[in-house]
Design a protein around this ligand. Structure first.
Ligand code: AMP
Length: 280
């Protein structure tokens, strides 16, 4: 496995692989890797001749400077994990390499309001930052396939639109959520939870499962209301949102429709912001 810090070099390596008839799979990450990330790398390994993984903590997608500062950085451990997962190249640029002209915006993507709800409304500018950096990566690496986790479901939909509109040869592959025992979705931020808060965080997933049960007997609005009420009984959580939405448009379903829905949650616990979602 080779670590590459220069974008011209990784672009050349990827282009040469493609010219010689090899397929290139790409997994963008912000590092602090865990089995959720590695599942993406393993899938890319199965489906491609060459696997490139990037590690870059992207400043433009953080709307909270404290969150950016505290984001775990564990490059040595990450590269050992990637090597075990048989990754070929780690692209590990610094901020200057990715933003030589400063923090200028990315392409205009028609998102049909996908960026106006949930993560979009609670993290202003977040998806602009995500689109900017992922578009840069797609331009540099130009992979055949790129792998994204459904843990960040809204991000997957946004990136899929970016690819449809600006990188039509690229296939965006959604990958299932990997969970801890007990259900908590794996996340780099989980490392910042105390062991008590880590145990308590199982509640997030349990409430998503509850929503599935409630929805069998109640409407969408009533299910949302009940889950929000449940969170009020758990003062260690500061619930940001709990929402049931159409799995493609992310809009609230009309007329009590119950097909093609997902439940989404974001909550703070012990100073850490966690998100999760499930198909209903
Ligand atoms: P991040 O490093 O948090 O930006 O995540 C990089 C990629 O890994 C994104 O596509 C995430 O959705 C994905 N990912 C993170 N956690 C998980 C998980 N628990 N299961 C599946 N994919 C994940």
């Amino acid at each position: 496995m080779k670590v590459v810090q220069n974008s011209a070099e990784i672009a050349k390596l990827s282009a040469e692989a493609k010219e010689s008839g090899k397929s290139v799979g790409f997994v963008p990450t912000m590092g602090a890797l865990h089995p959720g990330h590695i599942s993406l790398v393993e899938r890319a390994r199965k489906e491609n001749d060459v696997v490139i993984c990037s590690i870059f903590v992207n400043p433009t997608q953080f709307n909270n400077s404290d969150d950016l500062e505290k984001y775990p950085r564990t490059f040595e451990k990450d590269s050992a994990l990637l090597e075990s997962a048989l990754c070929d190249y780690v692209f590990y640029p610094d901020v200057e390499e990715m933003y030589p002209e400063g923090f200028k915006g990315g392409p205009q993507v028609n998102l049909d309001g996908l960026d106006e709800v949930m993560e979009g409304s609670f993290r202003p500018g977040h998806f602009d930052g995500v689109i900017t950096i992922v578009n840069k990566f797609f331009e540099i690496v130009s992979p055949n396939k790129a792998y994204f986790g459904l843990k960040d479901y809204q991000q997957y939909l946004v990136i899929d639109r970016l690819a449809q509109q600006y990188h039509s040869d690229l296939e965006v592959i959604p990958c299932e959520i990997v969970r801890e025992e007990g259900g908590l979705a794996m996340s780099s931020r989980n490392a910042r939870l105390s062991s008590n808060h880590s145990k308590a965080s199982r509640y997030l997933f349990s409430q998503l499962i509850k929503a599935r049960e409630y929805l069998k007997r109640h409407g969408v609005k009533e299910t949302e209301r009940r889950i929000r009420e449940n969170f009020k009984k758990r003062p260690e959580f500061n619930l940001e949102y709990f929402k049931i939405a159409d799995s493609q448009s992310l809009r609230a379903p009309r007329n009590n429709r119950k097909n093609n829905l997902r439940a989404f949650v974001a909550a703070h616990i012990g100073g850490v912001r966690l998100i999760d979602n499930i198909e209903l």
